[in-house]
Ligand binder design. Structure first.
Ligand code: SF4
Length: 329
């Protein structure tokens, strides 16, 4: 819902200022339409239905996996595709994976989004409407910006959306922004007041390999990126999650685990190993045994390491798979 358009419309209709708050409260609580907003006069509900689309996005398709994961392909009003995912975990968490851009200007070789043409930055309302779509299905409590796009290249809109997520039930402490290492954005994120989490997509400890997997490494070299993360920690006192996608025969040897441990301060960084989901890039995921050995070596060297639970693989909703459907669409 475009709240700027809503505010202008309410003003033009001569409505009191509290109407905006009323509409937002209903929307954030999961209302399906203006008609549900019973403390609004009936005539106003009709006028808003005609003047302010209930969502800035239209749903093109929705896929549901047996594990409860829901992936939705949406389009903006100007036809740009984007995807968002709801993941239900056994411990009761309902976590959203949101997109910040339609497509992505960066070209990480393992990522389906990187293979698709970049469209544009999404507005705050387009980001928020992804979360509202799922809020209408179920209560939600966690959020990661790990869908399409590099969120720190669109930080104003991402932060504006994050300001409102607590109204949906997602606190800033339960919201993580994932970056490939966009240094100006990391510093801005550290300087703003919300207690958001930072996650760094790292994927390789050596400069050569990282540049092969993630060309952005040439622009922002890893030592500079890690220094920016350390500044973030110094300011926010929140540990930084390192995301490391496990690629068979590429970055998954025990020796590479040692290289990784050598560059990460265990008081600042926690490592999250991500089993790779095939995206047609030619890369293969590591075997479970290789992931376990990698994690054990990190732990032996004093670095906290977890292995991410894979959700929604069969509907291409797992990490690195977003946009596969959108490319074909
Ligand atoms: S991994 Fe992230 S930054 Fe890299 S191409 Fe994919 S969406 Fe863009």
């Amino acid at each position: 819902m475009d709240l700027d358009l809503l505010e202008r419309t309410l003003t033009e209709l001569g409505e009191p200022a509290y109407r905006l708050r009323q509409v937002w409260q209903w929307t954030a609580a999961g209302a399906d339409s203006y008609q549900e907003m019973t403390n609004l006069p009936q005539a106003l509900r009709g006028a808003l239905t005609a003047a302010v689309p209930f969502s800035t996005l239209t749903v093109q398709s929705e896929a549901r996996a047996a594990d409860g994961t829901v992936k939705v392909l949406m389009r903006t009003a100007d036809g740009r595709p984007l995807e968002a995912v709801l993941m239900r975990y056994r411990d009761g968490r309902h976590s959203l994976c949101l997109s910040s851009q339609s497509g992505c200007p960066l070209t990480c070789t393992f990522c389906a989004t990187g293979q698709m043409r970049f469209g544009r930055n999404l507005s705050a309302w387009e980001i928020l409407d992804q979360a509202l779509y799922f809020r209408r299905l179920t209560p939600v409590d966690h959020c990661v910006f790990m869908g399409m796009g590099e969120p720190l290249m669109n930080l104003d809109a991402v932060l504006a959306a994050c300001q409102r997520l607590p109204d949906l039930g997602i606190s800033s402490r339960h919201t993580a922004i994932s970056t490939v290492g966009w240094i100006p954005g990391i510093d801005r994120l550290a300087a703003q007041p919300l207690p958001l989490r930072l996650a760094l997509s790292l994927h390789a400890a050596s400069a050569e390999l990282r540049s092969t997997l993630m060309p952005v490494n040439d622009r922002y070299p890893l030592p500079d990126v890690l220094a920016a993360c350390e500044r973030f920690y110094a300011r926010k006192r929140r540990r930084v999650f390192v995301e490391y996608v496990m690629l068979a025969g590429v970055n998954d040897s025990v020796g590479q685990a040692r290289e990784l441990a050598a560059i990460l301060d265990p008081t600042i960084f926690k490592v999250n190993l991500i089993p790779y989901n095939p995206t047609g890039t030619g890369l293969q995921g590591s075997a479970p045994g290789a992931i376990a050995a990698f994690a054990a070596e990190l732990e032996r060297l004093g670095l906290s390491a977890t292995v991410r639970l894979t959700r929604g693989r069969e509907i291409a909703a797992a990490c690195g798979q977003l946009a596969a459907g959108a490319v074909a669409a």
